[in-house]
Design a protein around this ligand. Structure first.
Ligand SMILES: Nc1nc2c(ncn2[C@@H]2O[C@H](COP(=O)(O)OP(=O)(O)OP(=O)(O)O)[C@@H](O)[C@H]2O)c(=O)[nH]1
Ligand SMILES: [Mg+2]
Length: 286
């Protein structure tokens, strides 16, 4: 079977769905959203759109709450979930039941799960299903085709491949982890761009994550390579390898960084403890 255009698959799925779940990374909701896709869905009276902020274990409860407030004010249905911690699914199911367009009692509600690569679409489907059925990986572009699965007595769900709106800036592509680190032709440059974005969002984050303050990318990577004993035969630090590792650390969610909801006042830092470090079950109460 030839490879199908992923956008074509997404449009097919949107067409067949009653409720479209746009899965975004809770750390960077605004950067993950496809306004084009959202508008297309909202134009259709027989479909509902729901924003699913996944990976909410990686953001503080207070930030998650403010994102929900912001999105609801903008007129969107939005829920926080964590596929990794298996949280938020009961609220998600309730919201789907509540907002799904009315259908014949015996007909299934059909869900379509769409979003950028790597946001956790397949992981979300797996926790809804209760056992692994949609393969996942920390590799963007992992899901290649559409899959239809039953996730309840009256609920079916389509998984789709991640799709990228053409206009995402390179710095955001790095931030969102939608480029495979091994495919970067200049990982040091890319890593420099990523670190700059991370430091802008959360100043001092490199010091916090690696114990090395960030000044410029070359000296930072050299120090980290030596600290991790990644040296080449002649004794030079293997900065190329370390640059890819830092990018991968970020893709895996090991560097604490997240976007603040627009127009919302930032709480003091002490109130921004990560959900996963505290009582993750609080997600259910938001
Ligand atoms: N911390 C955290 N990581 C998650 C969560 N959900 C998914 N991930 C991780 O994110 C990565 C991508 O997950 P997938 O479910 O494969 O993502 P996808 O959106 O289906 O990706 P594509 O098929 O490439 O579009 C994996 O490494 C998951 O373990 C979550 O709630 N929290
Ligand atoms: Mg997938």
């Amino acid at each position: 079977m030839g490879k199908k255009n992923p956008w074509k698959i997404v449009w097919d799925v949107v067409d067949k769905s009653d409720v479209v779940l746009e899965v975004v990374d809770a750390r960077f909701p605004s950067r993950c959203r496809s306004f084009y896709l959202e508008n297309k869905i909202q134009e259709q009276s027989n479909k509902e759109l729901m924003l699913v902020l996944n990976k909410s274990d990686l953001i503080p409860r207070s930030v998650g709450k403010r994102w929900l407030r912001f999105l609801k004010r903008e007129g969107f249905h939005a829920v926080l979930v964590s596929a990794r911690e298996r949280l938020g699914t009961s609220i998600l199911r309730k919201q789907i039941q509540r907002f799904a367009p009315r259908k014949n009692k015996h007909e299934d509600i059909v869900l379509g799960v769409v979003g950028l690569p790597n946001t956790g679409k397949s992981s979300l489907i797996n926790i809804l299903k209760g056992r692994s059925s949609a393969p996942t990986a920390p590799i963007p572009g992992f899901t290649k085709a559409m899959q239809l699965l039953r996730i309840g007595a009256r609920m079916m769900v389509y998984d789709t491949p991640g799709v990228i709106p053409s206009a995402i800036p390179f710095s955001d592509q790095l931030l969102l982890g939608i480029i495979r680190p091994e495919r970067l032709s200049d990982p040091i440059k890319a890593c420099g761009i990523l670190i700059k974005t991370l430091e802008e969002m959360n100043p001092g984050i490199m010091l916090e994550a690696y114990g090395i303050p960030f000044d410029n990318v070359d000296s930072f990577l050299a120090q980290l390579a030596i600290k991790r004993n990644r040296v080449l035969k002649g004794g030079d630090p293997n900065v190329d390898l370390i640059a890819r590792q830092v990018i991968m650390d970020h893709v895996k969610g090991n560097i604490r960084v997240y976007e603040q909801p627009p127009g919302e006042k930032r709480e003091n830092k002490a109130d921004e403890e990560l959900l996963k470090d505290h009582d993750a079950s609080e997600v259910e109460m938001l």
